[in-house]
Design a protein around this ligand. Sequence first.
Ligand code: ASP
Length: 462
Amino acid sequence: MTKKQKKKKLALHWKILLGMAAGVIFSLVLLSTSWGASLTTHKVGGEDIEISRAALFVKHWIKPFGNMFINALKLIAVPLILASLIKGVSDLKDISKLSKMGLRTISTYVVTTLLAVTIGLLVVNSIDPGKSITEETRDDLVQSYSGDADSKIKDAEKQKESGPLQALEDLIPSNIFNAASNNGNMLQVIVFAIFFGIGLILIPEEKSKPVKAFFDGFNEVILKLIDLIMLAAPVGVFALLAGLVVESPSKDLFAALLWYSVSVVIGLFIMIVLYTLIVYLFTGKNPKYFLGGIAPAQLLAFSTSSSAATLPVTMERVEEHLGVKEEVTSFVLPIGATINMDGTSLYQAVAAIFIAQAFGMDLDLTAQLGIVATATLASIGSAAVPGAGMVMLVIVLAQAGIPEAGLALIFAIDRPLDMLRTTVNVTGDAAVSMLIGKSVGKLGDPQVKDWDDNYDPIDSNI
Ligand code: ASP
């Protein structure tokens, strides 16, 4: 081994953290120069808006690199689900194992979501953030963000129009290419892959062998692509965070919504603590092992606000660094990314109560229990993309009789909270994978591939 190969490389999560910090610092420094003070006009949706030269520079010359990075991750989400799930299901070799795992996965996800909503309600009812906001600030916020809130409300209208079985009906795609052509249809791709995998189990081995071998190889290629894309992660997160800093709302807004944000953050923090505790109790793996293994996926979730974009990295980390076998991760994680959003459900509960309080409504126990039910369902129905949780919040508000216009109150602060709740969503999926892995005897030692965190061509690996 050469000296260069022996040298210890900086761990991936540190590189990502450095990229994030550099992005924030870069934009803050740029905003503090004369460019930050000089205003220029910029067209958004046909309308001229005033923006600083610094912000325009970041928007045009830095942020696109972040978008390219997110797109690259999304690009491989559908092929990854297809290849790994077909391989994973067919590796189970037995349909009863699949239904056992399916049942456990879905029920564990529902339990963690209920837990998250309950924690959200407990925290928000102890802090009462809506009571500390003045009527004047409330009206100001409603006025300034009513346009933005309206567009979310319109998106939610479409969801509300559908019947009770619509979600179930939507699970079955009528055309796989149609389903695979839209990242929003991830659940349909999952259903197809499971169905295909079942077919593969049921046919004679000599026929299934070449098909399995194909998906095996295909899967390896996709995993390799994730490694290659992750090479760009520090630069990608630099660009994403630099973009977010120049777009962030004023400090005054943060101050007005401080107690609301604090409530969400405390709730999310409790969830992370609970996950590490549950993982420790059920699998014996300590917090350092769990959080250290999943950290790059958490940082990516934070930077992209999208569990779907983070999915490829979550799968790789849980499999290779947390030791959960692929038969489990390929099943539990894609499903988790689409239906298990503990951070989102917690946020929806806190936001609903906050808005109700800000409008002077006192919600009794029955109304709060209603929120538990709707926030659980709404988080299951939320797409794994930025801001989706807010669209579904409209449904929670409507159900509880809270004014939907209240969405405008929390609009300004939504993105930073989205970053945090997405991190919790991804951590929850990883924790549940470990539990399911342990319960079906598929939790082993980490199997970090040589080329994983070390992209230099080593021996014959590349
Ligand atoms: N951004 C979240 C996710 O992708 C969903 C949401 O809460 O808006 O997990």
